[in-house]
Design a protein around this ligand. Structure first.
Ligand SMILES: Nc1nc2c(c(=O)[nH]1)N[C@H]1C(S)=C(S)[C@@H](COP(=O)(O)OP(=O)(O)OC[C@H]3O[C@@H](n4cnc5c(=O)[nH]c(N)nc54)[C@H](O)[C@@H]3O)O[C@H]1N2
Ligand SMILES: Nc1nc2c(c(=O)[nH]1)N[C@H]1C(S)=C(S)[C@@H](COP(=O)(O)OP(=O)(O)OC[C@H]3O[C@@H](n4cnc5c(=O)[nH]c(N)nc54)[C@H](O)[C@@H]3O)O[C@H]1N2
Ligand SMILES: [Mo]
Length: 811
């Protein structure tokens, strides 16, 4: 269901929030969008925890804050950089943690540079980075060299220190509009109270610097030793009810279930795939192929690797790209399931136009949402549109059994409460019927291209069972046909002997359906609730919890004991499942030392270096690809977060005017007439868009519920008293808000929630607009995505819907 607007999950969990001593809620309005968060935050506050909220608007979340800062949208990295600088200069970092659990001491390649806004390796033509210099100095064993101290100028720590020395509180004030004293107060409050946790959502992710903003969070938390601890972590508050589950199942184009990299067109076989992605990925991929193709995936046919679609690495096939290709006429059919794209996608002009280029669109939804009736939008002439639209009535969440995975990575099972109304059917039934019919049409074909359909294992029953699907995700021992009891059983088995539809889900149904568990006892009183549902991976509730112990494997926080090394039993034990490579390997062994086992160094990464573990000392002479075990995940836009202005910005970058916006941001320009970019002379104000508690996302459901419409009937533009006075409007007056891409007329809300602020010494205004409306439903209204820009974060592909430039006038 629904497009995903970012990867990630909580390192910790909702119920763990009660353990924090300080919260940085920046880029989330959880009181309105994730009210359950407040239940646990309030428990911590009752025990004396402090809450810091950073938001362009004074929200309901902000109303509960001890420290509130109003920020110019899209500038978080500037104040976060200042916090990093403050923590380093004042030695507020957790030295033990930094030395033992992060890559602070590893030596960086001497060719690495950062100069005037650009990291080394930038290619101006392709606007991409070559990442070779973002690596370590390696020893003869191909392992990174370690510096003797944090002072070594080659060390990651020294690079970090130098990089953020440019970020003073005063510079951050000029960029963000937050007073320097407030930034200092935030830095001090957050750095000095432990453990501290960070909560974020769209306010951080819908930017061209989204990934780097979250990297800045990770750096702060690693420096403070807050990751792997109860009450710590970096917590992504996910959006749609099962968006965590759908990202786990790979609804992004560039991965496969369980966050496996998707194969690319040059991967001719598993060997090539392994050479690019590390040999570590072979087993989960083979297990996935076994789940999909069963006995038709054999060692002899490379486990049906040929059946997988391969992506074109040169094409960043994000949603915007998909609609561009549709606009070019390259799509005949669109299956639009559980998404109201015409309302939700940035710069909706492209969507509106592209849908007319299709032969057919199938919409599966509960209501006839705007997308399903795009041909009826006021101003559109249905007789000129060739697209045939088929509406499939979908059953709602209460009308079907299945699991939803929440932000805490808890896979939670539920039964159907009622039978679907009318002709509605669960999506699974639709997909099952569709697949079976398509397969019938291909029956008897010997064409290689049809093999993936004909050879698939499709055994969900006559009436497809959602439990069978979850069991497929859990995986089987393919030799005995039995469900895999635990993740450890998957890890132990030889490649090709097991199947897993999503390897991180292994264990969820191995000993009965653990996702259905509803035991809410909590013996540790840490909110772990180990017997409530099942958390991936391996029912670990707090990721990287090895880091909650010292080097000897003993908990550093006696009040919040998660795991420990029991030397009598020679075993890692705990209140939580120990997040270690091997429970029998002691804290001082190479395996037992690692707090971040998913990284090739086993360390938390202050600097996102290019590095592959297990490389052979010399490449083989026969020209075979060089295969290491695990390559590091890289950020395409730099190894350290740097502040860049949004694509449309009222000012130039104070740190480096020559490289003002992110040099690698994807600014779509295939259709210059549609994908226009505005300038501050014409559009002097900053627009930010957000959700409201009474409506949900594109409003497909909520705008058809009369009592919600009564509470929140129409969209509006909120602005400061100064701006309202300047353009001569009062609360409730109609205003026209325009951007380079379009304009809408809505009522204005004059508010103290937004205040005039100064950027580089100039007075600046933010205008806020909710985005949940469209022309259909019981309560229609203009769509804010008429105005937004579809430039994308280069790594995640998330559109910059949280900031663009607009003008506003009395309508
Ligand atoms: N009632 C309700 N609940 C929802 C939803 C809904 O529509 N209605 N939507 C669901 C979905 S899919 C999602 S993804 C989540 C979204 O949950 P949130 O991310 O909380 O949603 P938003 O209101 O879009 O944005 C959060 C805040 O970010 C602020 N913000 C904007 N730009 C910036 C910035 O540059 N920096 C900082 N620090 N803050 C900024 C906004 O002013 C806003 O208050 O909520 C989910 N829950
Ligand atoms: N300007 C701006 N744009 C944004 C955002 C923003 O903050 N600002 N936020 C972005 C975010 S985070 C998100 S997640 C997207 C959301 O964008 P969409 O996913 O397009 O929005 P929804 O309204 O959640 O659409 C979900 C649809 O699924 C239907 N539905 C519900 N349950 C089922 C089901 O079981 N089966 C089927 N088939 N359909 C079902 C609902 O009726 C609804 O129409 O919007 C993005 N767009
Ligand atoms: Mo979302």
């Amino acid at each position: 269901m629904s497009p995903s607007f970012g990867r990630g999950a909580m390192t910790n969990s909702w119920s763990d929030l009660q353990n924090a001593e300080v919260f940085l809620v920046a880029g989330s309005n959880c009181a309105e969008n994730h009210p359950i968060a407040m239940r646990w935050i309030n428990r911590a506050k009752a025990k004396g925890a402090k809450m810091i909220v950073v938001d362009p608007r004074f929200t309901r979340t902000a109303s509960k804050a001890d420290v509130f800062a109003q920020i110019r949208p899209g500038t978080d990295i500037a104040y976060l950089g200042a916090i990093i600088n403050y923590v380093i200069v004042n030695k507020l970092y957790d030295e033990e943690y930094v030395l033992n659990y992060t890559n602070a001491l590893l030596k960086v390649n001497r060719d690495y540079r950062f100069d005037e806004g650009l990291f080394s390796g930038f290619d101006i033509k392709s606007r991409k980075y070559g990442v070779d210099s973002w690596s370590y100095q390696l020893g003869p064993d191909q392992k990174p060299l370690t510096a003797a101290s944090l002072e070594d100028p080659d060390s990651v720590f020294a690079k970090l220190k130098a990089h953020y020395s440019r970020y003073s509180f005063e510079t951050a004030e000029k960029i963000t509009g937050i007073p320097a004293q407030t930034i200092e107060l935030i830095a001090e409050t957050f750095a000095k109270r432990k453990p501290g946790t960070i909560l974020y959502a769209l306010g951080m992710t819908q930017h061209t610097t989204a990934v780097q903003g979250i990297r800045a969070y990770a750096i702060i938390q690693l420096l403070l030793g807050n990751i792997g601890k109860a009450g710590g972590g970096v917590n992504a508050l996910r959006g749609e009810p099962n968006v965590q589950g759908s990202t786990d199942m790979a609804n992004l184009f560039n991965n496969l279930p369980g966050y496996l990299p998707a194969p690319i067109s040059t991967d001719k076989n598993l060997q090539d795939y392994a050479a690019r992605n590390g040999s570590i990925q072979v087993k989960p991929l083979v297990s996935l192929l076994k789940a999909w193709y069963g006995e038709n995936a054999t060692k002899a046919n490379d486990y049906a690797f040929d059946y997988l679609p391969k992506i074109n690495p040169a094409m960043n096939a994000t949603m915007v790209k998909m609609f561009e290709l549709m606009e070019k006429g390259q799509f005949k059919l669109l299956f639009n399931m559980g998404s109201n794209s015409l309302v939700s996608i940035a710069n909706r002009q492209l969507v509106r136009s592209a849908l007319t280029k299709l032969d057919m669109m199938v919409v599966s939804d509960l209501f006839e949402v705007e997308t399903a009736q795009f041909w009826r939008e006021p101003g559109v002439n249905p007789s000129e549109i060739k697209t045939e639209v088929i509406m499939f009535p979908a059953a709602f969440v209460y009308e079907k059994a299945g699991s939803l995975t929440n932000s805490s990575r808890w896979i939670q099972w539920k039964e159907a409460a009622i039978k679907p109304l009318g002709e509605a059917k669960p999506d699974l039934d639709l997909l099952d019927a569709l697949f079976k019919r398509i397969r019938r049409l291909y029956a008897g074909s010997a064409a290689a291209k049809d093999a993936p359909i004909l050879k698939a294992r499709w055994d969900y029953g006559e009436e497809p069972s959602a439990l069978k699907v979850l069991q497929e995700l859990n995986g089987y021992d393919e030799t005995s046909g039995k469900l895999l009891p635990t993740l450890a059983d998957y890890l132990k088995a030889p490649v090709g002997d097991v199947s897993t539809g999503c390897w991180i889900y292994a264990g969820v149904t191995g000993n009965g359906n653990l996702a259905a568990r509803r035991n809410n006892t909590d013996p540790s009183h840490l909110g772990l609730f180990n017997n409530w549902s099942f958390a991936w991976p391996a029912n670990i509730r707090i990721l990287y919890n090895r880091a909650s112990c010292d080097v000897d494997g003993q908990p550093v926080d006696p009040r919040r004991k998660l795991v420990w090394w029991d030397s009598a039993k020679s075993l890692w034990l705990g209140n939580d499942g120990p997040d270690v490579v091997d429970k029998t390997k002691g804290p001082k062994t190479p395996e037992g030392k690692q707090s971040f086992r998913m990284n090739p160094e086993g360390l938390g990464r202050l600097f996102a270096a290019k590095y592959t573990s297990g490389l052979p000392a010399a490449p083989p002479a026969n020209g075979q690809p060089v295969i290491g075990i695990r390559p590091a995940g890289l950020c395409v836009d730099g190894p350290l977060p740097e502040f860049y202005e949004p694509t449309e910005s009222p000012t130039e970058n104070l740190l480096h005017a020559q490289v003002s916006a992110s040099p690698t941001a994807l600014v779509p320009s295939a259709f210059p007439e549609i994908q226009k970019k505005g300038k501050a002379e014409d559009f002097p104000y900053v627009l930010t868009t957000y959700g409201v508690v009474e409506q949900f996302c594109a409003g497909g459901v909520t705008r058809n519920i009369p009592w919600l419409n009564e509470l929140m009937p129409e969209p509006f533009a909120e602005m400061s008293r100064n701006l309202a006075a300047k353009i001569g409007v009062r609360e409730g007056d109609k205003v026209e808000v325009s951007s380079a891409r379009g304009k809408v007329t809505v009522r204005c809300l004059v508010t103290d929630r937004l205040q005039t602020y100064k950027v580089n010494g100039r007075e600046t205004e933010t205008i806020g607009m909710p985005w949940s409306w469209g022309f259909a439903s019981l309560s229609p209204g203009p769509s804010t995505n008429e105005l937004t820009i579809a430039s994308l974060d280069p790594g995640a592909g998330t559109p910059e819907t949280k900031v663009c430039l607009v003008n506003v006038r009395r309508a």
